[in-house]
Design a protein around this ligand. Structure first.
Ligand SMILES: CC(C)(COP(=O)(O)OP(=O)(O)OC[C@H]1O[C@@H](n2cnc3c(N)ncnc32)[C@H](O)[C@@H]1OP(=O)(O)O)[C@@H](O)C(=O)NCCC(=O)NCCS
Length: 170
């Protein structure tokens, strides 16, 4: 592995991003989508990235190993006045890049960005309760388990609980 460089997504990254999400969707069962189930095509992804330019409360960070995406982390916020302070965090690091601190660095940079954007005061996320690695990683950064959506995921005939996690940022 070369040095990992974390930067914002650019429109030219759209095809790689869609390919990455469709690939990791099959690599882990912890994401909300399965292999090839990522809901955006390249055109839609390009639009999405364009919409991030100059957007105070939405961001997509890529962890790059040279030209290869190692991980992606996002914060999405509603445009609605009453909800825009609350950003929803999403993160995935490809299996071969896990446990090398990339996820931690992505979250650290997202929190840093959120603290500086002048709007976000809270970060939320949902994660499967049995995703021990993710839950402990989030708790390391100060997220708390605020609730549990019982049986919210159904996979191969087995129900899984989702934790609703969140934290205020200052
Ligand atoms: C969760 C995820 C983003 C973490 O990324 P990562 O780059 O591997 O994270 P890091 O290397 O920064 O940190 C991993 C931490 O988990 C710890 N860890 C590893 N295996 C663990 C286990 N079985 N149980 C508990 N902790 C574990 C590591 O020790 C490390 O903690 P530390 O910083 O205190 O040493 C990544 O595993 C991932 O993408 N998983 C699949 C998709 C997913 O679950 N996304 C989140 C959906 S909500």
């Amino acid at each position: 592995m070369g040095e990992i460089n974390i930067r914002r997504a650019a429109v030219e990254d759209a095809a790689k991003i869609v390919e990455f999400y469709n690939y990791v969707g099959g690599e882990t069962s912890y994401l909300s989508f399965e292999k090839d189930e990522y809901p955006m095509n390249v055109k839609e992804q390009e639009e999405e990235i364009r919409s991030l330019e100059g957007n105070a409360t939405n961001i997509m960070l890529l962890a790059m190993d040279g030209e290869e995406i190692a991980g992606i982390a996002t914060i999405h916020s509603s445009h609605k006045i009453k909800a825009r302070h609350d950003g929803e965090l999403g993160i995935v690091v490809a299996k071969k890049y896990q446990n090398q601190g990339i996820g931690s660095e992505l979250i650290r940079q997202l929190i840093e960005w959120a603290k500086g954007n002048g709007v976000t005061t809270r970060i939320s996320l949902d994660t499967r309760a049995d995703n021990v690695m993710a839950v402990s990683l989030y708790m390391k950064f100060g997220f708390q388990i605020e609730g549990c959506r019982k049986n919210s995921t159904l996979l191969n005939g087995i129900y899984y609980d989702l934790y609703v996690m969140g934290m205020m940022i200052h």
